[in-house]
Design a protein around this ligand. Structure first.
Ligand code: C5P
Length: 401
């Protein structure tokens, strides 16, 4: 639960995209946040306060003169005890009002009275977003420390196509989590591998494994949220690219190796999560193997290069982290693998407990010994792992002076 113990004031403005506030609010609650909702009068024409009240489980406020707040000062009352203000479907008018410090409704008054960060997800027609007046207002707000989530490009409700479309709710949630996560990897470049590899035997068949890619994708996401520039080299999986992460899709171990080596020399951290096939066919048949002659084909296998060991052996290697998925003797095998590949940290897990699934149980092995992490969802484990890695990195840099 990445927003556990966080209270967010969600402001909704009067644009068509206001309807997306409902899905966003639901996702924020699922991520553990308490959400207080404030709507502009115009927003209530696009989505009802009752909908957002039901989803937040709290009263929704729309006016400066709300009598439900005992001290008669809802802007002060609502802007205290929160971790951030997030304004969605932010209109050109709302940006203009904020840029000039106007405070004629509850939401803009809170934007002035708050003591916490302000995040804004704009939504407007392309021409309005590009208008010099809006450009000026955005520049002013950036100068005031306001953080913008989007907008994105794409087809708009008005039929135009271009920049101004609000980010999707899940993208806004990602950006919010990232903005509230301590930036322990700020300025660092992180390279990861994830998923299985597929080693072709003939044009339609191949060797692969059941790795889902989930652990690697979760780690890429957690590294991005910790402030890193993240590049993910992914084997064939069905997962969508995590927000803010550059994904290169590859198929075989050799392709993965090439993509990794292109970036490894400039990376600060390399996390090898992929379940790389140990072997590939020495020769890939150009035509489909036939069974007519009754004899099974003979396929000679040769070993694939060990990408992680190769990166760890570079003259100035990034900090390397490996994974050891074992079916038995986890401690012995993982520690042996860490020493053989000459890497500072290996993450061990029993395949019965993590491989291919949504949850995992891992033990970390580094120079200081073993550290079990509490079992849980892969995303939660990814965050804990990134914290541990950031700590080890800080120690390594301190040692190197
Ligand atoms: O040697 P083994 O496959 O058990 O080691 C697992 C670790 O090494 C994982 O971190 C995996 O991503 C990495 N690896 C690799 N290239 C290979 C085999 C494994 O990078 N060919």
């Amino acid at each position: 639960m990445e927003l556990q113990d966080k209270t967010i004031l969600l402001g909704v403005c009067g644009g068509v995209a206001a309807y997306k506030a409902a899905a966003l609010l639901r996702d924020m609650r699922r991520a553990g946040a308490r959400v207080r909702v404030v709507m502009t009068e115009a927003a209530t024409r696009f989505i009802t306060p009752l909908t957002l009240q039901a989803l937040s489980g709290e009263a929704v406020y729309t006016g400066l003169w709300d009598e439900r707040i005992a001290n008669g000062m809802p802007h002060i009352e609502l802007s205290r005890g929160i971790d951030a203000v997030l304004v969605v479907a932010a209109t050109a008018d709302f940006l203009a009002r904020m840029a000039t410090g106007r405070a004629e409704d509850l939401l803009s008054t809170i934007a002035l009275a708050r003591k916490t960060p302000l995040f804004v997800a704009p939504a407007m027609n392309r021409q309005m977003w590009e208008h010099p007046a809006t450009r000026r207002n955005v520049a002013t707000l950036l100068g005031d420390g306001v953080c913008f989530f989007g907008p994105a490009s794409g087809v708009q409700a008005c039929g135009d196509e271009g920049e101004g479309r609000m980010l999707e709710p899940e993208e806004i949630l990602e950006a919010l989590i990232a903005a509230l996560t301590p930036r322990r990897l700020a300025g660092k470049k992180v390279l990861l591998t994830a998923g299985p590899t597929f080693e072709a035997i003939d044009p339609v068949r191949g060797l692969t494994n059941l790795s889902s890619g989930r652990m690697g994708y979760a780690l890429a996401r957690a590294a991005m949220q910790a402030g890193a520039e993240v590049s993910l080299v992914s084997g064939p999986v069905e997962l969508a690219a995590p927000y803010g992460v550059r994904v290169s899709r590859v198929r075989s171990a050799l392709e993965m190796r090439e993509a990794v080596l292109q970036e490894a020399t400039t990376a600060d951290l390399f996390i090898a999560v992929a379940a790389v096939a140990d072997y590939r066919a020495e020769e890939v048949a150009t035509q489909k193997h036939k069974k007519e002659n009754g004899r099974p084909p003979e396929i000679r296998l040769i070993a694939n290069p060990d990408i992680l060991a190769e990166v760890a052996a570079l003259p100035r290697p990034p900090f390397c982290v490996g994974f050891a998925a074992e079916s038995e003797n986890l401690e012995t095998f993982a520690e042996e693998k860490r020493k053989r590949k000459k890497i500072p940290l290996i993450v061990g897990n029993l395949i019965q407990e993590g491989f291919g699934g949504k949850t995992n149980r891992v033990i970390l092995f580094d120079e200081e010994g073993s550290h079990p992490l509490p079992p849980g969802e892969k995303q939660a484990i990814a965050h804990k792992l990134i914290e541990h890695i950031a700590h080890l990195l800080e120690k390594t840099y301190a040692r190197a002076g």
